[in-house]
Design a protein around this ligand. Structure first.
Ligand SMILES: NC(=O)c1ccc[n+]([C@@H]2O[C@H](COP(=O)([O-])OP(=O)(O)OC[C@H]3O[C@@H](n4cnc5c(N)ncnc54)[C@H](O)[C@@H]3O)[C@@H](O)[C@H]2O)c1
Length: 309
């Protein structure tokens, strides 16, 4: 049996870094697709040449069309424009809707059994576009946001407490925007509740920094947005699927009544395995967390309605 194949559409910052992490971890062979002539081929060849140094044995190829993507198990869509300072993710909707719709049609035709991981923003709305255009079952179409947002929260907590990041367990839910909900009641350090280690004021400051975590990096970079951590989060999802790990992680999933929400992509905890979203987990939230989740859902629903799909 051959190695599994991942297609990454969009070979820019996030896409190329996905290829880099996936290859270095030997998750799968990777096909990078982009509209810019020569660029995905060049990046794939460059990564191929890194293999003898670090000793990873997967194949990478670049292309400007979709022939080489045939029969992929996982398709990652990063094609689209990123934010500039002062822009919200929602400001990208019209440009990215058209790009995501055309890319989805191309990959779905050639890899009818694939799982799609959406990355382009506005994330929850773009996942909705991919679901509608692909016609795939919703368990096979999901968005990456929650693992990244949770990693940011975990990172800030570890920096504050000066403990190893692995000790921090957390969960960030809701839409991938500034109203996302870091769930403090589900956050602990080696099983010890965060609320017993930090004051309410300090926790609130970390929650706020997490919510604006993407914007903080956009402001520092000045051109483009974050890509190392986003790509790592995407590759963790691909790995969970291809190795049937059944990880419990937050992803943007299509809801049909869970959390009182319907016909919407929204960040919730799921079990992620070979079939994609094997199960959506409903958490018991505090009244305050429920209210925040509702506020986030209202924003996500507004953006979905703007798609007019
Ligand atoms: N979900 C998240 O948490 C998250 C995190 C980071 C970035 N993003 C989003 O991911 C997207 C990509 O970000 P980036 O930093 O890699 O941007 P980038 O500009 O570096 O790369 C995007 C690439 O897409 C390509 N592209 C554009 N139209 C295409 C098409 N029709 N077919 C194939 N390729 C096409 C471009 O040529 C470019 O190389 C943005 O929308 C960004 O907002 C999401």
């Amino acid at each position: 049996m051959g190695r599994p194949k991942i297609t990454v559409v969009g070979a820019g910052n996030v896409g190329a870094t996905c290829a880099h992490w996936a290859a270095a971890r030997e998750v799968a062979d990777v096909v990078l697709v982009d509209v810019v002539e020569g660029m995905p081929q060049g990046k794939a060849l460059d990564l191929m040449q890194a293999r003898p140094i670090f000793g990873f044995n997967v194949n990478l190829a670049g292309a400007n069309d979709y022939e080489a993507t045939k029969g992929s198990q996982v398709v990652i869509i990063t094609a689209g424009i990123p934010r500039k300072p002062g822009m919200s993710r929602e400001d990208l909707i019209n440009t990215n809707k058209n790009i995501v719709a055309s890319v989805t049609a191309e990959v779905a035709k050639r890899s009818p059994n694939a799982l799609i991981i959406m990355v382009a923003n506005p994330l929850d709305a773009m996942s909705y576009v991919a679901l509608k255009v692909s016609g795939f079952p919703s368990k096979r179409v999901m968005g990456m946001a929650g693992i990244l947002d949770t990693a940011r929260f975990r990172c800030f907590i570890a920096m504050e407490l000066r403990v190893a990041v692995e000790e921090i367990q957390a969960m960030v839910l809701g839409g991938h925007g500034d109203d996302m909900v870091p769930v403090v009641s589900a956050t602990n350090v080696s099983g010890v509740p965060l609320t017993s280690l930090l004051s309410k004021k300090r926790i609130q400051a970390l929650v706020e920094r997490t919510r604006k975590g993407g914007g903080e990096i956009v402001a520092l970079l000045k051109t483009g947005s974050a890509f190392y951590a986003p790509a790592a989060a995407v590759v963790q999802m691909a790995e969970a699927i291809l190795q049937n790990q059944r990880r419990m992680v937050p992803v943007s999933a299509y809801l049909t009544g869970e959390y009182g929400l319907e016909d919407i992509y929204f960040g919730v905890p799921v079990i992620l395995g070979a079939g994609g979203i094997e199960k959506i987990i409903t958490l018991k939230l505090t009244r305050e967390e429920q209210a925040m989740l509702q506020k986030s859902a209202t924003g996500v629903a507004k953006t979905r309605d703007e798609l007019k799909m």
